[in-house]
Design a protein around this ligand. Sequence first.
Ligand SMILES: Cc1cc2nc3c(=O)[nH]c(=O)nc-3n(C[C@H](O)[C@H](O)[C@H](O)COP(=O)(O)OP(=O)(O)OC[C@H]3O[C@@H](n4cnc5c(N)ncnc54)[C@H](O)[C@@H]3O)c2cc1C
Length: 456
Amino acid sequence: MYDLIIIGAGAAGLTCAYTANGFKKKVLLLDKGLPGGTCTWSGCIPSKALINIGKDIHTAKKYSPSINIDTTKIMNDVRGVIKEIYSHESPEILKNDGITFKQGESIKLIDPKTVQIDGVDYQGKNIIVSTGTSPFIPPLEGLEKVNYLTNQNLFKLEKLPKSIIILGGGAIGVEMAQCLNRLGTEVHLIERAPRILIRENEELVDILSQTLIKEGVNIYVNTNTISVKQDNKIITLDIEINKEKKKIQAEALLVSVGRVPNVKNLGLDELGLKYNSKGIEVDKYLRTNINNIYSVGDVTGPYQFSHMANYQGILAVKNIFLPIKKKTDYSNISWCTFTSPELASRGLPNLNKKETKIYSYGRNQSERTMTKKDDIFEMRVETGYKKEILEVKLLAERAGEIISSFQIAATNHVTLDKFSSVIFPHPSYSEILGNLGKKAYVDKLLENPIIKMFIK
Ligand SMILES: Cc1cc2nc3c(=O)[nH]c(=O)nc-3n(C[C@H](O)[C@H](O)[C@H](O)COP(=O)(O)OP(=O)(O)OC[C@H]3O[C@@H](n4cnc5c(N)ncnc54)[C@H](O)[C@@H]3O)c2cc1C
C-alpha cells in the first residue's frame, strides 16, 4: 500500500512526489508518457529556449541585418535544452531519490484507494490527479484535413517554416509570434478579440502590440475565422475582419486558442468524481468531492502556470499529511508573458478602489532603460492606504525578474515606502524600485494626519 499515488508526472505531479518523499512517504508516480509534462516537453522550457535564441538573433540583426540563420541547428539546440532539463527528472533520477515511477498506456481510478495501470491494480491511502491540459482544437471548417501544429509538435520540427499563421493571441501565440518572426518566419497572428492578450492591461498591451508590428509581425484582431484548407505545402485561412473577407496563406498553421483539461479515460465518471468543462472540481484545500482524492495543476486550475502547479502541489501534499489544513490563497499570484519586452503582473485587481493610489513609471525615469536604444519600461503599481503593494503591471526587459522584488515584499507584508531605504546598484532596473519607494515614503508622510496639521 502506497501513502500516495499521483496520476500525471508534470510540474504538479513531480512537485507532489518530491514533497511527499520529503515527508518520508511511500510514493507511486504514474504517467502515460515520460516525467516532465507540458512544461519540460512542449511548454515553458522549449518555448523559452526558442525565445532566447530569437532574442540573440534579433539583437545581432540590428547591427548585421543580413546574417544567415540555420533553423535546423536552432531546433536541435532547443531539443538539447529539453534533454538537459529532463535529465534531472528522468525515471532513473526519481528512483534514486526514492520515488517509484511507472509509465502505462491506460491509467484508471477503480475505487477511492485503487489505481489500475495497464490492468494491474495499485493501492494508495491518498491519490492526487494532476493530468494537466491539452490544446483546444476549435471547430473550424476544414481544420481536420490540415496538417496543423500545436505546442505538442511545434518543438519537434526539423526546421522552422518560411511562413506561419498563428491562431490565438494569448500568451503562447504572442510569444511564438514574436520569436518566430525574429527567426525569419513570416508571421500572421490571428485574434478574435479586439486586441491580443485580452486579459492583460490594455495600455501596456497596446505598447507591446506596436513593438511586435514594428518588428514585422502581422496582427489581425476582431477576426472571425471562416475555414481553412491545405493544398500541397500552402495553407489558406479564410477570415472576416469588420465584415470584409480576406485570405491568408502560409506554409504552416499553429493552433493556440486555449487548453482543455485532461479528464478523459481516467475512470472519473464511474467513480463519481466531479469535474466540469474547466477541469476537476476542488475545494479550498484542493480536495475533490472524494475525501482522499486531491487534484492540482492545470487540470483543476484556475491559473494554468507551472509555478501555480508547484504551489498547489506543495499545499495539497501538506493538507494530506499534516494535521492542520491550509486553504489556497491566490492573492499573491504572479505571471509573465516572455515577449521582448516582457509583460509581467502580480496580485489580483483591487475591487475596493477606495484609498488606493497608482504609481506610474516610464522609460525616461530609468537610466538603465535609457542605456539601451529603444528599450521600453512602463510600470503601474497600485498601493493601498498603508502603501501596501497591491496589483503591479510591468512591461520591460526582464520584467519577470523585476516583478519578483514586488512579490517578495508583498508576500511578506513589506510596504512600498520601505523600498526607499534599500540601496540598489546603479544603473540597474531595480533602482526604479528605490525611486518608487521614495515617492511612496513622501506621500505616506504627507498623508499622515499629524504632518498634515503642521504643513497647513
Ligand atoms: C507553449 C507553452 C508555454 C508555456 N509557458 C509557460 C511559462 O513560461 N511559465 C509558466 O508558468 N507556464 C507556462 N506554460 C504552462 C505550463 O506548462 C503548465 O502550467 C504546467 O505544465 C502545468 O503542469 P501540470 O503538471 O498541471 O500539467 P502537465 O505539465 O500538462 O502534466 C500533466 C501530465 O499528466 C499526464 N497525463 C495526462 N493525461 C493522462 C492520463 N490519462 N493518464 C496518465 N497520465 C496522463 C501527461 O502526460 C503529463 O505528463 C506554458 C504552456 C505552454 C503550452
